[in-house]
Each structure stands twice: as C-alpha cells, then as structure tokens.
Design a protein around this ligand. Structure first.
Ligand code: EPZ
Length: 423
C-alpha cells in the first residue's frame, strides 16, 4: 500500500495556490444531468472523487471529457440516460447519492445501492428521501429495507420541505430535483455551506430560478428547461484551512492564494485566538505562525457558518502542540474522532468522552506509524508529522488522494520534508 514518510520539518514558508472545491464540484457535476446540453466545468481539482463522479456520469450514459491537465471537465448528458448507479462506483464514493435528484427528474427513476456507513458515521439519507417524497417521488420500501434507493416519479411538484438537520447533501439533492418541478418549492432549515451557493449559481446560470441559497430558507421556482453552461468552481475552503494550519503548526509564514477568506471566518477566528497572525491582502491570505506563541483555544464544530467539521481533525493537530489545554466538541458527525488514536500514538495524550475530546496540549510529538482514517484525518496526521520528532509513516493515503490535489508537491514547495512511497 502507498504511504507517506513525513519527517520533522522547519517552519513552512512560501506560497500555495488552492485548488477548486471537491465539495462544490461533485454536486455541480451531478447537476449537469438536468439538461441534455453540454456543460463545461473549470477549476476542477484532479482528485480521485472527481474521477469516480466522471465514471458515474459515464456509466449513466453521459459523454464526459476530462481534461484535468487544464482542470476542466466537459459533460454532454444528451440522449437516453440509465437510471441505475453501479454499486462498485457508489461504494467508492458515497457522494454518488448526489445524482439522485437530477437522475429522478431526468429519467423518472433512480436506483442507487447505498454504501452504508463509513469511518465517521452512519451517513443516513432519510432527509434526502423525505424531500423527494414531498416533491412526489415514490421510494420503494421493500428495496429500501435492502439498502437500495429505488425512486420513481412522474412530474415532480413543488412543495414546502423542512429539513430536521441542515444536511448538505439533502439540500443539494432537493434543490436539483426542485429546479424543474412544477411550481415552487420552499426548503426550510437548509444547509448554508458555500458549496450550496456555488451549486445554486451554476443552476441559475442554466436557467433555474433559485433564491436564498446560503441562507436557511431556499426558494426554487420550477422551470421547464435548463441549458448547458460554463462554470468556474469556487476554491476549496477546507484545503485552504488545512494549509493555513500547516503554517501555524510549523511556526512558518505562508501566502495562501486563490482562497475566499469569507468562506473560512470561523477557522480564521480560531487561528487568531491561537495567536496566529492572519492578514487578508490582495495577493491572498498571509498566515504567520512565527510571530506569537501558539496557545490553545476551544473548538465546537457546527453546520456553516459555524466551525466546519472537516477542519476538526486538522485543527486538532495544532491543538496537540499549542500551549495549554483545549476541548474539541464534534456535533456534526457521531464518530469523527478516529484520528485521536493516531495522534495519541504520537504522544498527544488526548482523552475523548462522547462528543468531546480533551487535548492537554504543549506536547513534543514523536513520529510513529499512523493511519489516515478519513481524508481530513489523513491530512491532519501529516500536519502532526511535520513537527513530530523523527519519522511519521502515514498509511491508507488513498483517503488523502480523494480530497487534496498535489498534496505532497504543495507541501514540499513550502519546505515540508515529505515523501510518497508507492507500492
Ligand atoms: C457533506 O457531506 C460533505 N461531503 C462532507 O465532507 C462534510 O463533512 C459534510 O457535508 C458536513 O459539512 C460532500 O459535500 C461531498 P450532511 P454530507 O448530510 O452531505 C446527518 C469531506 O471530508 N444526516 O450534511 O454527507 C449525517 O449523519 C466530506 O470532504 C442525517 O442524520 O453531510 C451527519 O451526521 C466528509 N440524515 C450530518 O447530518 C440525513 O438524511 C451531516 O451530514 C442526512 C444527514
């Protein structure tokens, strides 16, 4: 299995350019199915999950041209589409469920075998299904008992839908299905993530009529037809946050280019509480961990605009070495502390109790063999390895390849001592 060898590195310095957002491009690629015309998506990150989504669209019958050297993907979903998503692709990426709404609307049916839970949680989709049923879809209960979503629908009709939890995926699936439903849909307690705003911008360019994306109430007026468009994906705020932490934890100073600081207000606020200097300039965001002593702070993850759950493990890496104790509370996923065992193997001495992790801080970490338990936790243990004495060997790095484009090259350019060992 491929792995990373990370050595203790000096302060990271220099510039890093952030890639397009994984969690924006995946729903946008699914939304291309809402028209038969060609869409061209730019600033697409070269990631394993993007490859899987390309394969999924192809398996449904769309023509997909991936020019990832130019970070561009063209999709031509013309003609008859299949309605079944192949399990071998769905099990590789649970975000495959994002085609559910568009596929149902386009073909009148959608059949997707559910992959079930993963390291960070059970990942249910009852809210996605609640929304589609409200729009008039029928979900076969017998199939659902077997872990298969088998949805059928004639003409979808607008409705008012309340989400019990502001689920990102459910918000995206429902918005896509409602775009060409008859009448108006009001989605209440919707997720407000920037990736949802980017999806709505893409759909509105296609001719949809969506208002309120990025707030907790989204209004969608159904339209007859949508057109193919060209769209630039927003930068990846979690990749940006990860590199900001890399400067903080190594006491370095980096310029993060192609990021939108407004998408990371909570993370920037927490970095500043830790003594990190964060300066927004026309060139990009300067993150300087060399000015002040890095001190601890407490973190609680929440749906956007709260502190993002995807930044919980990278930020925890910083807290293991920050001066003073801290508490991290994970409220979004039920099992997103798998990285704690890995940090503890490096000497972090973290204790967890339910949703809370207590980090004593002030540690001199020691290199150890560790595992990437999910894609963000994988990045987090790499960050810890940059300041740990000796060598940190990170395995299961395919998780990291899912969400970070050119991760090793970008870190090396900043002075990190990291090596990828392929089989
Ligand atoms: C998206 O996942 C992201 N993935 C995740 O990023 C991110 O962590 C998550 O949103 C939260 O921000 C993509 O965008 C591809 P949710 P999603 O539905 O849509 C519960 C990464 O690292 N829930 O908002 O699956 C669910 O169990 C990935 O890039 C229900 O209970 O997240 C979870 O506890 C990891 N019922 C919470 O909501 C439902 O019907 C958040 O899930 C749906 C969700």
């Amino acid at each position: 299995m491929a792995k990373f060898l990370v050595q203790k590195s000096g302060p990271l310095n220099g510039e890093v350019v952030i890639s397009g957002s994984k969690n924006a491009v995946l729903p946008i690629m699914a939304a291309t199915l809402l028209t038969e015309e060609k869409s061209i998506i730019k600033d697409v990150p070269a990631l394993r999950d993007v490859d899987v989504m390309c394969d999924l669209l192809k398996s449904l019958g769309a023509e997909v041209n991936k020019k990832l050297d130019e970070n561009t993907v063209e999709v031509v979903p013309s003609g008859e589409l299949k309605f079944e998503a192949p399990f071998d692709l769905v099990k590789m990426m649970r975000a495959s469920i994002l085609v559910l709404g568009a596929l149902l609307l386009r073909t009148g049916r959608a059949l997707i075998h559910l992959p079930g839970g993963c390291a960070i949680g059970e990942r249910p989709i009852e809210l996605h299904l609640k929304g589609l049923k409200a729009l008039g879809a029928e979900i076969d209960p017998a199939q659902l008992d077997k872990g298969i979503v088998d949805a059928k629908a004639g003409k979808l009709k607008g409705s008012t839908i309340y989400l019990d939890f502001p689920s990102v995926g459910a918000t995206e699936v429902i918005i896509m299905a409602a775009c060409r439903a008859e009448g108006t849909t009001i989605l209440e307690n919707a997720a407000q993530e920037p990736e949802i705003v980017d999806l709505a911008n893409f759909l509105n360019k296609m001719g949809a009529k969506i208002k309120g994306a990025g707030t907790d109430t989204v209004k969608i007026e159904g339209v007859e037809k949508l057109h193919g468009v060209e769209h630039h994906v927003i930068p990846d705020r979690i990749e940006a946050g990860t590199f900001m932490v890399s400067a903080a934890i190594t006491r370095g100073r980096i310029l993060v280019k192609n990021m939108l600081p407004d998408h990371l207000k909570a993370v920037i606020a927490k970095l500043r509480e830790c003594g990190v200097v964060v300066e927004v300039t026309d060139e990009g965001v300067i993150v300087d961990g060399s000015v002040n002593k890095i001190v601890s702070t407490d973190v609680k993850t929440l749906p956007y605009p709260g502190f993002p759950t995807d930044m919980q493990s990278p930020f925890m890496a910083l807290l293991t070495v920050a001066d003073g104790p801290s508490i991290v509370i994970e409220t979004v996923f039920e099992n997103r502390f798998m990285h704690v065992a890995e940090f503890n193997r490096m000497g972090a001495n973290i204790k967890t109790e339910g949703k809370a992790a207590i980090i004593p801080g002030g540690k001199q970490l020691k290199g150890a063999p560790v595992v990437a338990t999910d894609l963000r936790a994988g990045a987090a243990v790499v960050l810890a390895g940059l300041v740990a004495e000796g060598t940190t060997e990170v395995s299961q790095i395919y998780h990291i390849d899912r969400g970070y484009e050119n991760f090793v090259e970008k870190l090396k350019n900043l002075g990190a001592n990291i090596l990828r060992i392929d089989d």
